[in-house]
Design a protein around this ligand. Sequence first.
Ligand code: AG3
Length: 285
Amino acid sequence: MALDKNWFVEVAPEAGFAQALKIRGKLHEEQTPYQKLEIFDTEDWGNLMTLDGLVMLTARDNFVYHEMMSHPPVMTHPAPRRVAIVGGGDCGTLREVLRHPAIEKVFQIEIDEAVTRAAERYFPELTEANDDPRAELLFGDAIEWMKRQEPGSLDVVIVDSTDPVGPAVGLFQRAFYADCLQALGTTGVLAQQSESPLLHLDTLKAMRAEMKAAGFEQLRTYQFCQPTYPSGWWSATLAGIGVDLRDFREQDARELPFTGHYYSADMHRGSMAMPPFIERALAEG
Ligand code: AG3
């Protein structure tokens, strides 16, 4: 069947891959100082946000990504209190982090305020926790912000970025990771979205090499399904200092004070298992 104008198509030319969502219409289009932001009304996936033609989220499946970006790092740190979210302007990761009563403070540093304003309007369920007194929404360059943080002032850093293109390139580089590491001090966990383990294994390897070079002791890539991202198979990577990333607060994860849709203690453990071809590729460095 040929696709007409009733389909939004994301093309990943580097992977010879494209995917499409059937749309009813476009709700919003804006050229921000950083990127082209569009919101579509889809037939079956609820509202869709894209940046420069790439799917950021749909109402239907963003819960997988947002839960897997927030709960694994928070449950891996032995006593998380202070969190920074880099990017994440739609506030979905922020909402999940704030579900943990032990968290005292969450900074969200998003470069493009238009993303948050659009989320407030078209994805109000994601921004519903924004008035939480523990949340501080900052709009600016997180690379600069991270340099200014006191050593050891953060417990968890979550990099909820776009692909490593445009303003996000620096978020995949050693200098930024080194600044995160110093803000984490002697005990901390960084989590970053790390693309499709099938389509972007080279990107994943390069990112891990930068994390290692910055001084992180341990790395752990994990996986989850994300139907509306290219290949539907996505990953995130934990980088740790003074924390064993093979372990997590499993008992606490079995008694969460909220109900996960995707995340659970078993899903946490399961997400860390990697197919042998990826294990081998990552072991090669
Ligand atoms: N996360 C975007 C991940 C990258 C998606 N890539 C793609 N579609 N090619 C940011 C939005 C969720 N908070």
